[in-house]
Design a protein around this ligand. Structure first.
Ligand code: PNS
Length: 163
């Protein structure tokens, strides 16, 4: 049974944070009293620095209680143990995501047999939204307002003015 201090972590590259990520965060937060977004310092990020990704997610979640946003470096299992988190939350949009998660969960379980994962399926209307495609739209000057949380559209456009 969860107590009032139980937290879960929601790790990712978030390059950038999308409305799909925000929806998973919202739904996970409805299940658990505290959620820590862990922004991977290295990993796949190609567009934004870790510091900027943290800043943008803080803006996108400023109205949410029980949500904390931090950068993290190193192994996920160590971050989870350090925070005494009950589980890792991940969103799954499609079969490709499932395969990726399957590999990560397997390796993480070999690193720490106590680690637990909670997977939330993306809502169908958001399942096509990926950070990769948002970066492409951003690069080509397209509208971002239906792809990223409201305050981030203007921020990203300021960072990367359309040519
Ligand atoms: O949003 P992403 O890129 O799918 O997130 C992947 C992430 C950051 C959760 C994953 O790469 C990760 O946990 N990196 C930390 C390093 C680590 O623990 N690697 C070994 C197990 S996957």
């Amino acid at each position: 049974m969860n107590d009032a201090t139980t937290c879960v972590v929601y790790p990712g590259s978030f390059d950038p944070f999308t409305i799909g990520h925000l929806d998973i965060l919202r739904r996970a937060r409805a299940l658990f009293p505290r959620l820590v977004v862990l922004v991977a310092a290295d990993g796949k990020a190609q567009l934004l620095s870790a510091q900027r990704r943290v800043e943008l997610i803080r803006m996108a979640t400023a109205d949410k209680d029980g949500v904390d946003v931090r950068g993290f470096d190193g192994l996920l299992v160590d971050a989870v143990a350090g925070l005494k988190a009950a589980a890792v939350v991940r969103g799954i949009r499609c079969a490709g995501d499932y395969e990726h998660e399957w590999g990560m969960a397997g390796v993480n379980a070999l690193l720490d047999q106590d680690i637990e994962f909670v997977y939330l399926l993306a809502r169908p209307e958001l399942a096509a939204v990926s950070s990769t495609l948002v970066r492409d739209v951003l690069r080509h000057g397209g509208r971002l307002d239906r792809l990223v949380p409201a305050p981030l559209a203007a921020e990203l456009r300021r960072d990367f003015p359309a040519e």
